[in-house]
Design a protein. Sequence first.
Length: 86
Amino acid sequence: MANHKSSKKRILVTEKKNRVNTARRSAVKTEIKKAVKAIGSGDKAVAVTATRKAESKIMKSAGKTMPKKRAARKISRLSKKVNKIA
């Protein structure tokens, strides 16, 4: 266990950030799954709205819980799948 006041504070802050980051990562994964499911349904309007929501969540987490390039790659892949729907 930590002995210094600053170490105790760091432990608390780290735990809090861990909870926030875990929740954010989970929310991003959920939105991506919803978008992929909407794309699979074949309805372009639903797929576009779901992809926009997912894109928003991904961009909010870019640079925080995931690298910017990974976020860009995920958005690009989702957009490609939506554009394939005729």
